[in-house]
Ligand binder design. Structure first.
Ligand code: CAA
Length: 260
């Protein structure tokens, strides 16, 4: 399928999805959402694809937020009746069980910051800037920012950012655990693709299982999370890739994965 607002490319086992509205700083409108839902569904369904990277086109922005021009046309009834921001979580986050990385190359503001935080982890360029400036527009985060940012950086910083709209630079974002790693701007895509290729070389079922376990830490309490961890570990112990992985270690060779 060809898209208007994103591009999608398969490089070996890694799917690269690029937000492609550089003139609007990759603002997220309904078309972007529709196309991202499709691209993530294709990635999820394709057994040859084992990790994905999402980035922004152009040098300035990952995404400067939900499209303000589109939102300015809508009233409360439109937002409520359309359940406007719901599909970002229900269609992208919940249905993408395979790993994906956000490679943040510039502004990640409002919905852009929220989209990056929906990924499994963020790799940021030195130029990245994160923020939830919705308060300045008379609104508030709508795609999970008040929840995911608070879980990532803690109450004080999240509250300060939401109340003042100030941006956090890449260095502060790394220090605050919002991002996994900061890399020089020119190497961002290479670093993200290299990391994705490394993930894609792992036993695929174990990768999905690791993702599910870590997410359980965010979504449940400790007792329940520990049970989820043990049960998933026990399921993995029955997989062919577990036998192969341990045999390969003992025989000092690379594992050959079946994905089950
Ligand atoms: N929606 C629509 N268009 C946007 C946009 C957005 N979120 N952000 C930038 N653009 C457009 C601008 O309107 C401009 O288009 P025109 O050339 O047609 O005027 C183009 O992108 C370039 O932007 P600027 O000229 O403003 O670029 P700049 O370098 O001077 O400033 C910026 C960059 C600081 C990121 C500034 O563009 C900005 O503040 N953008 C809005 C950020 C924002 O408020 N995001 C939150 C949106 S609300 C939201 O996301 C709700 C939610 O929680 C889901």
């Amino acid at each position: 399928m060809s898209y208007e607002t994103i591009t999608v490319e398969q490089r070996d086992a890694v799917t690269l999805i690029t937000l492609n509205r550089p003139k609007a700083l990759n603002a997220l409108n309904s078309k972007v959402l529709e196309e991202l839902i499709d691209a993530f569904a294709v990635y999820q369904a394709d057994d040859s694809q084992l990790c994905a990277v999402l980035t922004g086109s152009g040098d300035k922005a990952f995404a400067a937020g939900a499209d303000i021009k589109e939102m300015s046309e809508k009233d409360a009834a439109d937002f409520y009746l359309e359940d406007f921001f719901a599909p970002w979580t229900s269609e992208i986050v919940k249905k993408t069980r395979k790993p994906w990385i956000a490679a943040v190359n510039g502004f990640a503001l409002g919905g852009g910051c929220e989209l990056a935080m929906m990924s499994d982890f963020i790799i940021a360029s030195e130029n990245a800037k994160f923020g939830q400036p919705e308060v300045k527009l008379g609104v508030a985060p709508g795609m999970g920012g008040s929840q995911r940012l608070t879980k990532a950086v803690g109450k004080s910083k999240a509250m300060e950012m939401c109340l003042t709209g100030r941006m956090m630079d890449a260095e502060e974002a790394e220090r605050s655990n919002l991002v996994a790693r900061v890399v020089p701007h020119d190497t961002l895509l290479d670093e993200a693709m290299k990391t994705a290729a490394q993930i894609a070389s792992m036993p695929p079922m174990a990768a999905i299982a690791n993702k599910e376990m870590v997410n359980a830490a965010f979504e449940t309490g400790l007792d329940q999370g520990l049970i989820i961890e043990r049960r998933i570990f026990q399921i993995l112990a029955a997989s062919e890739d577990k036998k192969e992985g341990m045999a390969a270690f003992v025989e000092k060779r690379e594992g050959k994965w079946k994905g089950r």
